[in-house]
Design a protein around this ligand. Structure first.
Ligand SMILES: Nc1ncnc2c1ncn2[C@@H]1O[C@H](COP(=O)(O)OP(=O)(O)OP(=O)(O)O)[C@@H](O)[C@H]1O
Length: 731
């Protein structure tokens, strides 16, 4: 038999009228033990002894102590329970109001137990006899009104006398053993269980039990019960239509009628011998019952000593287990039993705090059990799908929303990238157009090879506020004038700088300092400036700053070539392009005047005269000077001769040069050529045309300009990096 709820319970409740389910209630609910108190009337002996009643039931739930005798202690004067019954109340009323609801649950498949607890001669047996009869009567009445169901009633009875279990339906007084069954709990071995035929059959059995039960005479009760009696009526019911069917379910429950032996004081009971021994066992077992009830009333924490007595061991399911329980506490109202009555009320107070959890008990055939389990499995699987599907749907919806948002974001980024690409492409085309235009204007190109010593990414381009524009044959002179003018104004504010780390003569091709010196090409400003100025790079001479070589490093070179400019990267195009295009313009103007190679050498000389050296400009000029060297007298070129600031003395040695045609580097130290050889090489150049100065004149002019430039540096006009520095010796 299993205790189940759910479908079987619903079927059972649907089959049972609501009115008839009053006693059964809902299964599986936790409820407290129903506790009631019954006062018996004063016995004739008590009345004759002028013993007064000290207790009064002031309402249906409260019993009041109204003693006129002063007590040293201050006990509570009122006790409240589920129901209290005065001496005038009948057992029938007590049954109807305090027992029936619980006791009749058995017909609904719910276990129930009715206890009678109290001191000896307080009326326990008197009460339980009546309650048992009323309950059985109601059960039979119920069965009579349920013809559609088949009922089977079984009856068993035991007594626990001196901690021995005895079968009251058997003539054998041999104590019975208690066994622990995994499903049914504690069972009495070999206990007689009679199947009831009818009500009369039960009456006969009840009479047998009464006859078998140990009764002794004490000073308090002539018919004192000396044992605990437990009558058990088990009711099984099934629908008639299902009988004989494999798919049968049966409700099965038991109702226990427990008439406990009464606690007694040996002094009061005047028990001796066997009565005293009985009293000791009775009190001991009742003490264990009280302990179990007290512990249960405080919760189920800790150990519950059910097994310390056979009474509590057998009644364990009724005490906090699968049963509905009602306890009737009987008390004697006489003053002489005040202490015992208080103890009974304390027990009742604890008992009303104990909770039980009764369920409908259904026995199922194997086939019915399989069918039930299959249905239950299907229901659980359905619940699992329902509970599992909802989160999945919401989860997928959230994922879809997230992906949609990502798609929209990526589409926006794609649009922006397309715009940026188009803009960059447009600027590149413009730049290429400009370069192309420049090439078309300059048949002879100046290629600038960026060596590895001067990485492109260390070059930045400033945006001068005012730039010197070159492009005509007079640009060179304009440049010189412009340069000279700036020096005279403020040498320390020489605006634009081309410097190296260790060698930093400043070369300014613009008037003001750049507002955008930026050595970090990774920054936005740099990129923006370079792109914005790309169109003007061919028109303006930009200031270039780069990390220069160390003092021992050879100069980078510029090769005058007819080839097209080689641009390794966009950055290089921007950077070298400015210089390249500027030089290209200049070269074009010079070539327009001279139309021969002499003009190119003049260009070299012109560029070399620039104060300070941008890497490109310096590279374009292949001559280096040393301090203290003598200058050869060389006539300046016509452009220099026409230069207003041209110094008078243009004499001085030409610095020995070594032009390494293969690598483009020029090093005086490495050169094995003498000055004369240089001059000879220059003399071997074709003769200039009319109006064009000779090489000697050109070199002479260069020397003069260099000398001027050198003097100025010696005079400290180059700032803190003055002439004595190694940088000065590099020139
Ligand atoms: N409510 C009552 N009305 C009238 N008489 C009662 C009532 N209760 C008990 N009595 C009487 O009191 C006497 C003692 O009752 P009972 O034997 O039922 O007490 P008990 O608690 O069972 O005692 P014990 O524990 O010794 O067996 C009996 O004679 C009984 O008839």
């Amino acid at each position: 038999m299993g205790a189940v709820g759910g479908e079987e319970m619903q079927q059972w409740e649907a089959a049972m009228p609501a009115a008839e389910m009053d006693g059964g209630g809902g299964g599986g609910k936790t409820e407290r033990i129903l506790v009631s108190v019954r006062l018996r009337p004063l016995s004739e002996k008590e009345i004759s002894g002028n013993d007064l009643s000290e207790w009064e039931c002031i309402n249906d739930a409260t019993i009041f102590f109204r003693s006129s005798v002063p007590d040293r202690h201050t006990p509570p004067i009122a006790y409240t329970f589920d129901r209290v019954f005065g001496s005038e109340c009948s057992t029938k009323q007590l049954y109807e109001e305090a027992v029936k609801e619980v006791a009749i649950s058995v017909v609904s498949g719910i276990n129930s137990s009715i206890f009678a607890y109290g001191q000896t001669s307080s009326g326990k047996t008197y009460t339980m006899t009546g309650v048992t009869e009323y309950t059985v009567a109601d059960i039979y009445d119920y069965i009579k009104r349920r013809p559609e169901r088949a009922f089977a009633l079984k009856f068993s009875a035991i007594e626990i006398y001196n901690e021995a279990v005895r079968d009251l339906l058997s003539m054998d007084s041999t104590p019975l053993r208690l066994l622990d069954d995994p499903e049914r709990g504690t069972i009495v071995e070999k206990l007689t269980e009679e199947t009831l035929h009818d009500w009369n059959h039960l009456k006969a059995l009840l009479a047998l039990c009464e006859a078998q039960r140990r009764i002794g005479e004490t000073s308090l009760n002539e018919m004192s019960s000396r044992s605990h009696q437990i009558l058990r009526l088990t009711i099984e019911s099934s629908a008639h239509e299902l009988l004989g069917n494999d798919n049968t379910t049966t409700l099965s429950a038991s109702v226990n009628f427990v008439d406990l032996a009464g606690s007694e004081r040996a002094s009061q009971a005047l028990s001796v011998g066997a009565r005293l021994k009985e009293g000791c066992h009775i009190n001991r077992s009742l003490l264990t019952l009280g302990t179990v009830i007290r512990k249960l009333s405080k919760g189920r924490n800790g150990h519950i000593p059910y097994r310390e007595s056979k009474l509590t061991r057998i009644l364990q399911p009724c005490l906090g287990g699968n049963a509905r329980t009602a306890i009737i506490c009987t008390i004697c109202p006489a003053r002489s039993h005040i202490e015992q009555s208080r103890n009974t009320l304390l027990f009742a107070s604890c008992a009303k705090e104990v909770a039980t959890s009764a369920q409908v008990n259904v026995m199922m055939s194997d086939k019915a059990l399989v069918k039930h389990l299959q249905k239950e499995l299907a229901r659980l699987e359905n619940d699992l799908r329902c509970t599992g599907s909802a989160p999945n749907i919401s989860h997928f919806e959230a994922l879809l929303r997230e992906k949609d948002a990502r798609i929209r974001k990526m589409e926006k980024e794609v649009k922006e990238l397309i715009q940026q690409r188009d803009l960059a492409q447009s600027r590149l085309e413009d730049l290429l157009q400009v370069v192309g235009d420049g090439r078309s204007e300059s048949p002879n190109q100046l290629s600038i090879f960026q060596t590895s010593k001067f990485p492109v990414d260390k070059i930045s381009i400033s945006e001068p506020q005012e730039s010197v524009r070159l492009g005509s044959k007079h640009d060179f002179h304009s440049l010189r004038r412009y340069e000279s003018k700036n020096r005279s104004r403020n040498n320390h504010e020489f605006p634009e700088v081309l410097k190296t780390d260790n060698f930093t003569p400043k070369v300014s091709l613009s008037r003001h300092r750049s507002r955008g010196w930026n050595h970090n090409h990774g920054e936005d400003d740099s990129d923006q400036d370079s792109s914005q100025d790309s169109e003007e790079l061919c028109k303006e001479v930009r200031c270039v700053e780069m990390d220069g070589p160390s003092q021992n490093e050879s100069l980078d070179f510029v090769e005058v070539s007819d080839t097209q400019p080689t641009l390794s990267s966009n950055a290089a195009m921007n950077i070298t392009g400015s210089t390249f295009l500027t030089l290209e313009h200049h070269l074009h103007s010079v070539r327009a005047s001279h139309h021969d190679e002499t003009s190119a050498r003049e260009l070299r000389g012109s560029l070399a005269m620039l104060p300070g050296k941008s890497r490109s400009c310096r590279a374009a000029f292949v001559t280096s000077y040393s301090e203290g060297e003598q200058y050869d007298s060389t006539p300046p070129p016509s452009s220099l001769r026409e230069f207003p600031g041209r110094p008078k003395a243009l004499r001085g040695p030409v610095t020995t040069l070594n032009s390494n045609a293969e690598n483009g580097n020029f090093s005086r130290e490495e050169s094995g050529m003498s000055d004369q050889s240089i001059l000879k090489e220059q003399d071997d150049a074709p003769e200039s045309k009319d109006g064009i100065t000779t090489i000697q004149e050109f070199v002479s002019g260069l020397k003069e300009m260099v000398q001027v430039h050198h003097n100025q540096r010696v005079d400290g006009q180059w700032g803190e990096e003055g002439p004595t520095g190694q940088s000065g010796r590099r020139l």
